[in-house]
Design a protein around this ligand. Sequence first.
Ligand code: ADP
Ligand code: ASP
Ligand code: MG
Length: 442
Amino acid sequence: MVRLPLELGVMGLVVAKFGGSSVADASSILRVAKRIVDTKRAGHQIVVVVSAMGDTTDELLDLAREVSPNPPGRELDMLLTAGERISMAVLAMAISDLGYEARSYTGSQAGLITDSTHGKARIVDVTPDRIQQALSENAIPIVAGFQGVSADTKDITTLGRGGSDLTAVALAAALYADVCEIYTDVDGIFSADPRIVPKARQVPRITYDEMMELAAAGAKVLHLRCVEYAKRFDVPIHVRSSFSDKEGTFVIADLADQSKLEKLSKVGAIMEQPIIAGVAHDLGDAKITVVGVPDRPGTAAAIFQSVADAGINMDMIVQNVSASGSSKTDVTFTVPVAESAKAELQLRKAQVQIGFEDIETDENIAKISLVGAGMRSHPGVSATFFKAIADAGVNVEMISTSEIRISVVTRAEDAKAAVQAIHAAFGLDSDGEAVVYGGTGR
Ligand code: ADP
Ligand code: ASP
Ligand code: MG
């Protein structure tokens, strides 16, 4: 795959995705339209992907829940995809007023082919013929993010919350774009969420691996599957603000890859990996404790199998002596809050067969993670991490680690204090204050 040097002024192909806060209202849409036209005027080809305006997706979800506590997945997807259709059409109108032809396409029209898992469909193919056709006719294609069409059922699907990032990267890969630009409401990727750590430091570049760990740990600035996809197809991601002209952050395979960076940016390569990439927090998990589990081979497997059968991903897992005082054990794990009721129901069905005593669900938790590829080769990282949490007076309820991550579960109300303490303890605080340009953080 040959990518053209954008900085040298040679015409290249850019896929640019604008998040909800960047297209939140009419004036934002006019600002974004101007930005797109400027890219076009600079001689690049541009394909645009848009999210729903502002908090539209959340508002549509609220509406659905008012009507039905458990709406059918097919209908919910049909409803939610309407959000992106609104933004794509109004953005196309705004561009047209600036004298350029823009054509809006639903995910289905743009060739985003998925499986039929409503709410978290996986991309099985990308056939962007109509997008290529529009480009060849000098029109600007505007694609509705977060959605596709099932190859089997022909129904409309969604890719999961935050999935417009994935639409953009998948299109960038299929079109052999030079770069996938993700425009959002902060200046790039920071060492922590700027909404809770004002002293967070913007990182000029980060590897796919570190960004995947951060995204998996709750840093929603990029969707996890978008980073996985970008890594697999070697698509450089450029995260930046649609509200400023700052350079933003490049997500690439190797920070020392000077040749790749030279094509995309004026900033040079980094020869030595920083120890820490960032601190992430996630308030979207619940902790489920299966109390009084018989201590014999096969019971843990039976518990995990029954949760897996419901299509639910577990994250952290701990087993210890039961609080019920018997010779039994307790098994605790975390799942996404939205799926905790389903996990509990599934386990209750298997209660007699597995033989446990009870289930306790706690939604008032936070997962806090420290991520950095340099952690592998630096002793003392865990010691600094746990001392910072202890000094902040925060109690640790669960611990898990990977080669490049340490995660703990704490009370939800302690998340901010813990993240700020860890951030400071690793010397990540910057002198300035990170800017959050828009969005409600919902
Ligand atoms: P969009 O609507 O543009 O997709 P999102 O709300 O999905 O925007 O993602 C941007 C938000 O991600 C930021 O406003 C910020 O609060 C949050 N965020 C969390 N962790 C980080 C991080 N490490 N760096 C930058 N932003 C982060
Ligand atoms: N509008 C969708 C959401 O809010 C997709 C996205 O913004 O990426 O999750
Ligand atoms: Mg997002």
